[in-house]
Design a protein around this ligand. Sequence first.
Ligand SMILES: O=c1nc[nH]c2c1ncn2[C@H]1C[C@H](O)[C@@H](COP(=O)(O)OP(=O)(O)OP(=O)(O)O)O1
Ligand SMILES: [Mg+2]
Length: 203
Amino acid sequence: MSGAAEIQKLVIASGNAGKLREIRHLLDPLGIEVLPQSAFSITEVEEPYCTFVENALAKARHASKSSGLAALADDSGICANALNGGPGVYSARYAGEPKSDERNNQKLVDVLRNQTDRRAHYYCVMVLVRHADDPQPIIADGAWHGEIILEPRGEGGFGYDPYFFLPDLGKTGAELPMELKNRISHRGKALARLTECLKEGAF
Ligand SMILES: O=c1nc[nH]c2c1ncn2[C@H]1C[C@H](O)[C@@H](COP(=O)(O)OP(=O)(O)OP(=O)(O)O)O1
Ligand SMILES: [Mg+2]
């Protein structure tokens, strides 16, 4: 059975409005009907693992089980060189609970203020399961390299974007139109790779 090629309806296993906007835009051309997990009152699941891929798989399985649909999850984060890749998988709750982009950003800036190396990359793993116990999840990843600046710039994007500076573009992630961000971002790359796997009909 070439299940993936036949996916017509998908739940996005995320409660993050910024991610949902970007993923919807990326999936639009594929003609797949996309529903947010909020449409099924799906609760947030624990993300207890120390790898992005394990957390993404947990989110995808949970959303698929609760909705009865194929599910696509995104686990992502910002990884700073000076922090040995931190906050990484812990990016969403870097400054503790409840999650707050503002406090996360402030903490990252404070921690990196006296570092000379402020290079960082975003990393994203996307996982697609056809059903909760799918033994062949499709897994794809992507990275996006830049550096952390100490003053925010731009109103777009979400999360760490106002502090994530792209030297080649002379702009932060929050200063890019979503179309451009999606072409070059960790999420855009991961979803492009995932789409390739779908087209190949790898299973
Ligand atoms: O393009 C991005 N632009 C800005 N910030 C970003 C990006 N991509 C990931 N990030 C940050 C946001 C959050 O602090 C963490 C993701 O954490 P992560 O657990 O994957 O997502 P989340 O908890 O916000 O929503 P959910 O788990 O329901 O998908 O990395
Ligand atoms: Mg999360």
